[in-house]
Design a protein around this ligand. Structure first.
Ligand code: F0G
Length: 459
């Protein structure tokens, strides 16, 4: 018999977590204005708010931290990171930034102008935020299959090439800042994009003289899915797959807090020196000098090491199988969950879970609140609150997907924790008919409102 997969690591340091009572949680969430971002971390038992910056670094990463070079200019840590980025992505030029949205800010300062269009696949909220803040428009060209939570498609994160070509064909190329493809497609459920789709998107973009950028936060998980699901890649190494993915792009933005398993950091990769030089000025204004850009030398060292650990097949296998373990448990209880399971998270279909709650009362947020009060499990709403209002009409946008995302930090929780989470979800499912009302907005920011929103629970 084949031996089962297992985590390719053991645990050297542990952090105790407090298991609160339901009564405590009911008080805390009221004090937090029913916004899960407002909770203190010690008020959360299992924290699945995000997989961003929440991973456990390895002994090798911690020891790399001790060797960090904190020189302002030309630090050895910068060159170490430059070599790792070149090796893993193939990009010759790069700028460090303090996290992914900072990479977007710097790159878009060069590329995005008022009135521009930025086609892509379900832009992440900070990506869309940076586009809309510049009075440009993010055009979602994700394939229609992505909005059907039960349809099985191996690459549900893909770009619909016809939708993309329509945007490119019907607008002058100088009105299109760039095409941006997010791998994996977080907002559509952590779904991968196929190699052939990346290749075709690059071809189309270049045919119309437009740059093709990859938002690469979960590029290694995307490469893992390509290896498993796309013809011709089964025998290829994850790093070869990653290099091929990036070979089609003119640049990349990276939130290193995900697949590079660091707690903070990001970067931009560039193919051409020209764009790199233009972006360097903005990096200096917003982030720091071009050889540290918002990162300490020690953090660049940890990131260089993390890029290698995050692209190890055995690590990715245990990581993505843990996500699948949780998804399968929840699914077996008959709970509506987005399939195929994502690379970093399980997305629960709130419209199906709470069908009686109208969209105006935000069913996914309501459900996320229930998971918290039931068992101290913190997920996040990926739905209408996160989708913000339309920048022109100021009406609420109601996306097709209204989900609660349970994102798994890397190398942090065991499958016993996953069993616990599945039981919490099941308990809420068993009493779902008693949940009759949702939430109402008391205060919201004009953009990216879900982070700071104040809500009221309706009864
Ligand atoms: N792009 C994608 C696809 C992301 O998922 C994120 C962050 C970013 C860009 C921005 O990166 O946080 O380093 O500034 N996603 C986190 C999440 C916050 O919870 O999904 P950042």
């Amino acid at each position: 018999m084949d031996l089962p997969f297992t985590e390719p690591f053991k645990i050297k340091m542990v952090e105790n977590i407090y298991r609160s009572t339901k009564e405590e949680r009911e008080n805390w969430i009221k004090d937090a204005s029913f916004n899960l971002f407002n909770l203190k971390s010690e008020q959360v038992f299992i924290d699945l708010l995000t997989d961003s910056g929440t991973g456990a670094m390895s002994d090798k990463q911690w020891s790399a931290i001790m060797l960090g070079d904190e020189s302002y200019a030309g630090a050895s840590s910068y060159y170490k990171l430059k070599d790792a980025i070149k090796d893993i992505t193939g990009f010759n030029f790069f700028l460090p930034t303090h996290q992914g949205r900072a990479a977007e800010n710097v790159l878009f300062s060069v590329l995005v102008k008022e009135g521009d269009l930025v086609p892509g696949n379900s832009h992440f909220d900070t990506t869309k935020g940076h586009i809309e803040f510049r009075k440009a428009i993010a055009v979602d060209c994700t394939i229609d299959a992505a909005s059907d939570t039960t349809l099985w498609h191996p690459f549900k994160g893909n770009v619909d090439l016809e939708k993309l070509e329509n945007v490119l064909k019907n607008n002058p190329s100088e009105k299109i800042s760039c095409v941006i493809v997010t791998i994996t497609n977080n907002t559509a459920g952590g779904q991968p994009v196929s190699m052939s789709n990346l290749r075709e998107v690059a071809k189309l973009s270049h045919k119309y003289g437009v740059k093709f950028i990859i938002d690469s936060a979960r590029f290694a998980e995307n490469a893992y899915f390509i290896k498993l699901r796309e013809d011709g890649y089964a025998d290829k190494d994850i790093r070869d797959i990653a290099r091929e993915m990036f070979s089609y792009a003119d640049g990349m933005t990276m939130s290193s807090k995900k697949d590079a398993i660091v707690n903070m950091g990001g970067f931009i990769g560039f193919r051409e020196e020209g764009l790199f030089r233009q972006a360097s000025t903005y990096n200096i204004i917003y982030e720091g000098f071009i050889t540290y850009g918002g990162m300490s030398g020690r953090d660049m060292n940890a990131l260089a090491q993390g890029l290698y650990e995050g692209t190890e097949f055995s690590y990715l296998e245990s990581r993505i199988n843990q996500v699948g373990y949780l998804g399968t448990k929840i699914k077996v209880y008959g709970i509506p969950v987005l399939e195929p399971f994502g690379g970093h998270a399980i997305f629960i279909d709130a419209k199906k879970f709470l069908p009686d709650i109208p969209k105006e009362e935000f069913p996914a947020q309501t459900l996320a609140l229930e998971f918290y009060t039931e068992g101290g499990v913190r997920g996040v709403e990926i739905g209408a609150l996160m989708a913000d209002r339309d920048p022109v009409t100021r009406q609420n946008r109601f996306p097709d997907l209204e989900t609660v995302r349970l994102a798994l930090p890397r190398r942090v929780y065991t499958n016993n924790h996953m069993d616990y989470v599945a039981e919490v979800v099941r308990n809420v499912f068993e009493r779902k008919d008693q949940i009759k009302r949702g939430v109402k907005i008391k205060w919201e920011a004009p953009i990216m409102r879900h982070f700071t929103i104040d809500l009221e629970r309706l009864h």
